[in-house]
Design a protein around this ligand. Structure first.
Ligand code: ZN
Length: 397
């Protein structure tokens, strides 16, 4: 078995909060890290580094766990650059453009969809994202949802069935029938290809009764629950997610005190287990010129916060976790350290994963070496490609 030593790490972010005096990010100075068979097997002072078959010299730079992007929509065809331009010229965002992408996606061949997924997956990996969740939701027929999940499953284990993204045009005047389709034949066909089920619970998409029905069916089929909630206005989504034990409620832009209290009620002392994470997606607010969610309010209430890209062709066409972190720090009241935690360990919590978003013996060897001496630079130097090298499953990429 071949071993790989990442040596001369100036600042190692482990996210292991109890590692000495490293704070919540578990920072170690002048460290080294040994990888075998895709896993971290040793972490310690660089001066104690063991021999290894291969060596990467970090030259004093910062090393972090790979980003965990827990919310992305990568299976689609076409783009909506013209819609973006129109929005920037003053037209509001309503979510209706999803149907434009549904039409393009249905018309596309498998190879075209596969090429887009692989291109975006590679783009994210270059920017440090080693774990990514990918949703269906631009097919909205049994066959097109299954094919979306099958193609997503070729690049990630974190696949999410989002048949309830919007009611497709052909069901516009009979949404109850579409909910029946999603809960019945579509879920049966999709479940073998999905780990999660998601619903866009929002005015103009699915109301609380429909969302509850769909998510409950998904749970019965063995899928974990997550949902799009409270993005465009206040609504029942966040409290529904808490009620159903969702791993994550995503967006959380418009929250009442009752929503915040409900989320806080799930936060155990170790922020693991049955916690419902609030996943914030500031790329969407950026791209729709909307008010940002208040991360500070959530953090101060003790709620676990994740950051993710929401990468999709309509409302957030970015695969860059550092961009989202910079927005969270500048616009949402997060400290740079909180943003790093939310983009790594927070994303892992949102996917109920303990093997990623953290660097300790036994964890996956998913990490990035920065062209910078500190994690602070990720938010401090926005728009700059600071990821020098990525290890995914212990393999340099
Ligand atoms: Zn989304």
């Amino acid at each position: 078995m071949s071993s790989l030593l990442v040596d001369r790490i100036g600042e190692l972010v482990t996210n292991v909060a109890d590692s000495g005096t490293g704070g919540p990010l578990g920072i170690r100075r002048n460290a080294a890290l040994l990888v075998e068979a895709g896993r971290v097997v040793w972490i310690g002072p660089a001066r104690d580094a063991p021999a290894a078959d291969h060596r990467i010299d970090a030259e004093g730079a910062a090393v972090l766990p790979g980003f965990v992007d827990s919310h992305a929509h990568l299976v689609f065809a076409g783009d909506r650059a013209v819609e973006f331009a129109a929005r920037m010229a003053g037209r509001p965002y309503t979510g209706g453009g999803i149907r434009t992408t549904v039409g393009a996606t249905r018309a596309a061949g498998d190879d075209e969809l596969r090429a887009t997924v692989r291109r975006l997956r590679a783009e994210a990996l270059r920017q440090g994202t080693t774990t990514i969740e990918i949703k269906s939701g631009y097919g909205l027929t049994v066959a097109d949802e299954v094919r979306s999940l099958r193609i997503a499953g070729e690049v990630t284990g974190e696949t999410t069935f989002l048949g309830a993204h919007v009611v497709p045009t052909e069901y516009a005047d009979r949404p109850d029938d579409y909910v029946g389709l999603v809960c019945g034949p579509m879920l049966r066909a999709a479940a073998p290809y999905a780990r999660w089920i998601d619903v866009f619970c929002e005015r103009g998409a699915f109301d609380a009764d429909h969302a509850r029905a769909i998510l409950t069916c998904g749970q019965a089929a063995g899928l974990g629950v997550r949902l799009h909630a409270n993005q465009l206005g206040p609504g029942p989504g966040v409290r529904l997610g808490v009620e159903l034990g969702a791993a994550s409620v995503d967006h959380c832009t418009h929250l009442t005190d009752a929503d915040v209290d409900a989320l806080a009620s799930t936060a155990g002392p170790d922020r693991t287990g049955t916690t419902t994470v609030a996943t914030l997606l500031p790329g969407a607010e950026f791209s729709t010129r909307s008010p940002y969610p208040d991360a500070r309010r959530l953090l101060d209430a003790g709620i676990t916060v994740a950051l993710a890209t929401d990468c999709n062709p309509g409302s957030s066409y970015t695969s860059s976790m550092p961009f989202c972190m910079a927005l969270a720090v500048r616009e949402m009241g997060m400290t740079p350290a909180e943003a790093v935690w939310a983009a790594t360990a927070g994303g892992a919590r949102a996917l109920r994963r303990t093997d990623v978003g953290v660097l300790r013996p036994g964890a996956r060897a998913d990490l990035m070496i920065l062209d910078a001496p500190s994690h602070l630079h990720l938010a401090y130097r926005p728009g700059v490609p600071l990821v020098r090298q990525v290890l995914h499953d212990g393999v340099p990429r």
